[in-house]
Write a protein that binds this ligand. Structure first.
Ligand SMILES: O=C(O)c1ccc(O)c(O)c1
Ligand SMILES: [Mg+2]
Length: 629
């Protein structure tokens, strides 16, 4: 599989873009005319720079408003094409993308357009160049790849071919089966882009909201499967017009892009084993059975505070590491690891972020296979020097520079707690609160990182994303999206903060980066749990009276139930599958908190309650000395 990306997809100047593209692993690059025009080097020099990066120029684009022009515009258009052919020869590419004419001067007619292309083909052939025709979804006469293909077919010239762009085809919901019968040698290149489903003007949608395959809602996989059926084995080239990407880090966006292509190739090959698709071999996506542990980094001075908080939640100290300053707390199937070791990555994470949940371990079928797949998809493997007797736990770097470990039940990893730890016998004097397992892990990140992690998780694990939800914090919007599997054993909620003033934004700036902001644990009986927690001295996040008045009105709740909820600061929600109960802790430090949930069939995350939780957290976060309501 040969991979390429258009320069328009990334931010920065042309040299920065090329550097990021090469580093991410792409083979080729589409040079956008505007990027070239503002570049301070000659076309020849640009070509050298591209090749020095080990890249090939897959095409030059766009050439606009060509076909169907009346004279004298027609002659001028051909002159313009000759000038661009000069440029292409200088930079060293043989392919130009002509997008369908949007000019009001353009005349219709398939034969007229075909004749223009035949003549352009003759001129291109003299120079050994090729011309690919793409139907823009908003083209004046041609806005459907089937019509573009008919023109290319009638142009009947070896140097004239078709360019298919998934966005234009899928945005107009054109049947992709029409692609299967196109001869592969007439497809000069494939451009790929996804997009979130938004009902808006096609041009505006295309120029501002495209994203990487797998990040949006379009059936790019179905499109690609149809392309693969033709036998096409040329470049797959990303062409992503996205305002956010254009303001982002070129390196990070390029890595996402490369990952999206490899993941797409992997899906196509698995769905159609008979197709010859040259994709790097890698294990299948891992099914996640659950969160095996969450690990906090602390320093020795802060450890007692965090441990006291964990103890009031009903966790008991279960084991100590044989050689490190690491303690395991346990309740039900939940393990919280408190790492106060100054050495190693935990120690340096503490120095950068302060007390934080910097790592988590997921239970999968085969830990090493999960790591191998992640690495094949461009993740960074993580490892540390081992103390004698320690087992190497497969891991990759995750959100915010944290660590994602993989455990399994079949390798020696299954016995890690026995091998590396000594049991601790202790009477904690605290009650078990009936917490069972991790329901979800909530990660907070700047909004522009959200798609990165969405793609990361869905590419590695058997999990899907849910639609994005807007959460209104009094200081700004937070966008929330969930990655989850059908059985509910993997649930990661991601909150993308648009500014620093929201509770989520404040967490990011106070802890110097993205990370796990809260952990939600399950209980089978939220009322019993709340009472046990209260006996332990746990003080729940205080929810306003107004919330309960509204709740009773909204759901028609029995006042006796409302009273029981309010007495314990329990939030409530309901969907078509059942009921949901939530109880929050106040924040620990500058933003970390815990949640306890009881699901009675309910499948969501209480999005409707988020604004009440945020308001309560804000009261809690108010600077000292200010009155509380
Ligand atoms: O938005 C555009 O004009 C435009 C230009 C060139 C392309 O290849 C494309 O898909 C869109
Ligand atoms: Mg295109």
């Amino acid at each position: 599989m040969k991979t390429s990306i258009a320069t328009v997809s990334l931010s920065g100047d042309l040299s920065e873009k090329l550097g990021a593209i090469a580093k991410a692993g792409f083979d080729g690059v589409e040079i956008f005319e505007n990027d070239f025009l503002v570049f301070d080097e000659s076309p020849r020099q640009l070509g050298r720079i591209v090749r020095d990066f080990g890249l090939e120029i897959t095409l030059f684009q766009p050439f606009r408003d060509f076909e169907g022009m009346p004279e004298p515009l027609r002659s001028r258009t051909f002159d313009r094409a000759e000038r661009k052919f000069d440029l292409m020869q200088d930079m060293g590419t043989d392919l130009v993308l002509v997008c369908s004419n949007v000019s009001s001067a353009a005349l219709g007619g398939l034969d007229r357009a075909a004749a223009d292309f035949h003549e352009l083909g003759e001129r291109a052939a003299k120079r050994g160049l090729r011309v690919g025709y793409e139907a823009l979804a908003w083209g004046r006469h041609i806005n459907d790849h089937r019509d573009a293909w008919e023109i290319v077919r009638r142009a009947d010239h070896p140097n004239i071919g078709l360019i298919l762009d998934s966005f234009h085809t899928l945005a107009r919901k054109i049947d992709v089966n029409s692609i299967r019968s196109i001869p592969k040698e007439k497809i000069f290149i494939i451009q790929l882009a996804d997009a979130p489903k938004i009902d808006m003007d096609l041009l505006y949608w295309s120029r501002h909201f495209r994203n990487m395959p797998g990040e949006g809602d379009l059936p790019v996989e179905t499109f690609m499967a149809a392309v693969a059926e033709t036998g096409y084995d040329g470049y797959l080239s990303l062409e992503i017009f996205n305002d956010q990407f254009r303001g982002g880090s070129p390196g990070a966006i390029a890595v996402d892009g490369y990952r999206s292509l490899v993941y797409l190739g992997d899906r196509i090959r698995r769905a159609n084993p008979s197709l010859s698709l040259d994709v790097p071999a890698m294990p299948a996506r891992s099914r996640v059975e659950g969160v095996a542990f969450v690990e906090f980094t602390v320093d020795e001075a802060e450890a007692p505070d965090l441990e006291a908080m964990i103890a009031t939640l009903g966790f008991r100290r279960e084991a100590r590491h044989k050689s490190k300053n690491v303690t395991v707390f346990r309740q039900g199937d939940i393990r919280i690891v408190v790492n106060a070791d100054e050495r190693g990555f935990a120690g340096s994470s503490y120095l950068v972020h302060g007390t934080s949940a910097y790592a988590m371990g997921l239970l999968v079928e085969d830990g090493r296979a999960a790591q191998a797949r992640a690495v094949a998809l461009g993740a960074e493997a993580f490892g540390e020097p081992l103390d004698p007797g320690e087992i190497e736990m497969p891991a990759v770097r995750g959100v915010g520079g944290g660590v994602l470990y993989f455990l399994d039940r079949t390798s020696e990893l299954a016995r890690i707690w026995d091998i590396e730890f000594d049991p601790v016998e202790e009477d904690p004097g605290m009650r078990d609160a009936g917490l069972g397992r991790v329901d979800h892990v909530a990660q907070t990140m700047p909004y522009d990182e959200l798609l990165t992690w969405l793609l990361f998780y869905t590419a590695i694990f058997e999990a899907e994303k849910t639609p994005m939800v807007d959460i209104v914090d009094p200081s700004g919007l937070v966008r929330s999206q969930v990655v989850e599997n059908g059985e509910g054993s993997l649930r990661i909620t991601m909150n993308g903060a648009e500014n620093r003033n929201t509770v989520a934004g404040r967490f990011i700036s106070e802890t110097f980066g993205s990370g796990i902001q809260h952990l939600a644990f399950t209980t089978d009986n939220i009322f019993a749990t709340a009472d046990a927690l209260a006996a332990n001295g746990f003080v729940a996040l205080d929810i306003s009276q107004n919330y309960y008045d509204d709740l009773e009105a909204r759901f028609g709740l029995d006042p006796a139930l409302t009273e029981r909820l309010q007495a314990r600061n329990i939030l409530y929600d309901r969907d078509e599958h059942g009921e949901y109960f939530q109880l929050y802790s106040p924040t620990y430090g500058e933003g970390l908190f815990f949640e306890i949930v009881e699901r009675r069939g309910y499948r969501g995350y209480g999005a409707a309650n988020a604004i009440f939780r945020i308001a309560a957290l804000r009261r809690h976060l108010r600077p000292l000395g200010m009155p509380r309501s």
